[in-house]
Ligand binder design. Structure first.
Ligand SMILES: NC(=O)c1c(N)nc(OC2CCCC2)nc1O[C@@H]1CCC[C@@H]1O
Length: 326
């Protein structure tokens, strides 16, 4: 086979394997058995070995992780990654909604999202390719962990959006992966991780991406940073757009027309939280309309248009602990 034919074959295999990966890791709806995926991956690995100059950064074969880094580079967030103010009870939520409605006669709608308890990260795409991933850090300066984030199977290495965009989300470790990892660490006399959040943060701050690649990390995207794509009216539209171009968004987000609906949503998930196979520590409530968000702006460190309702202490963790020790 000559270079030209190899290039054609590699391009077809990349396309196919990225599609299979999207179905399995993002949509949770594989269209082929794992054996078919593995067979195609072996074909790609063999071709890339025979034609190394045809390997590209967005090849699905790169998911196993590249060479270890000496250190993490610093990354400056041109759009700061804010933190959230907290609400602990119904009155706090009603106060938040009242403040949000103060400056306008328009009705305020909200979007509620599960507050994923992981590591906040930013992903930048240029001309449809994943080019940089960073931790939140102090909100202005984070660490470049691109090589580790490339190994997170639910992070697309390429998307159907040509303009430069930056999306933000929470990388996390599902409960199953957390329990298995701690079982392995105990068997190897290593210190187990205290909780899935520490396990996710610890995995993504490894200098060797091959370690991160084995940690079965996942991600839900929930916001944007730099955004040169078309303007959208609302946060809910933006979540739908992000999903359409290939990002994994949490399926449980809901648009709520009133704070009463928000409170119902929170009560529902306070109850249903143990059924989730990942850790959440609350519910994030956001004003849906982007113009209203703009008008509300920020305090020194938090947006006035969003708040985190925190669940009471971690009874779920004790359950995890019980499972571990059982
Ligand atoms: N952890 C989450 O699931 C989550 C979310 N679903 N939505 C937001 O929106 C915020 C981000 C800045 C302004 C609104 N933040 C989240 O987590 C934040 C990131 C940094 C501190 C909190 O963990």
């Amino acid at each position: 086979m000559n270079n030209q034919q190899a290039q054609q074959q590699i391009a077809e295999l990349k396309e196919l394997l990225n599609q299979y990966g999207h179905e399995y890791y993002v949509l949770d709806a594989p269209s082929v058995p794992d054996a078919e995926y593995d067979r195609k991956m072996q074909e790609l690995l063999k071709l890339e070995e025979a034609f190394p100059d045809l390997v590209t950064a967005d090849s699905p074969s790169r998911r196993i992780g590249g060479e270890p880094l000496e250190a993490f580079q610093k990354v400056r967030h041109n759009v700061p990654m804010m933190s959230l103010g907290n609400a602990f009870n119904e009155q706090d939520l009603r106060d938040f909604a009242r403040r949000a409605g103060q400056g306008t006669d328009d009705a305020i709608s909200f979007v509620c999202e599960l507050k994923i308890d992981g590591l906040a990260v930013s992903l930048t795409y240029e001309e449809g390719k994943f080019v940089r991933g960073a931790t939140r850090g102090d909100g202005t300066t984070g660490e470049d962990i691109t090589s580790n984030l490339r190994t997170v199977r639910s992070i697309p290495l390429s998307i159907q959006e040509e303009s430069t965009i930056e999306v933000r989300g929470e990388a996390f470790m599902p409960h199953k992966s957390f329990l298995n990892l701690n079982k392995q660490r105990r068997e190897n006399d290593e210190e187990p991780f205290a909780n899935p959040r520490n396990a996710a943060a610890g995995s993504l701050r490894q200098l060797d991406p091959k370690i991160a690649a084995k940690r079965n990390l996942d991600i839900f995207l929930y916001g944007v940073g730099e955004w040169q794509a078309g303007t959208l009216e609302s946060h809910s539209e933006r979540l739908k757009y992000m999903q359409r171009i290939g990002f994994k968004t949490n399926p449980e987000w809901r648009r709520c027309e009133s704070i009463d609906e928000v409170i119902d949503y929170i009560k529902y998930w306070e109850e249903k939280r143990p059924d989730l196979d990942y850790e959440i520590d609350g519910i994030v409530v956001k004003v849906d309309n982007l113009r209203q968000q703009e008008e509300l702006g920020f305090t020194a460190k938090n947006p006035r248009w969003a708040i985190a309702y925190k669940f009471p202490a971690e009874e779920v963790l004790t359950t995890l602990r019980e499972i571990e020790l059982s």
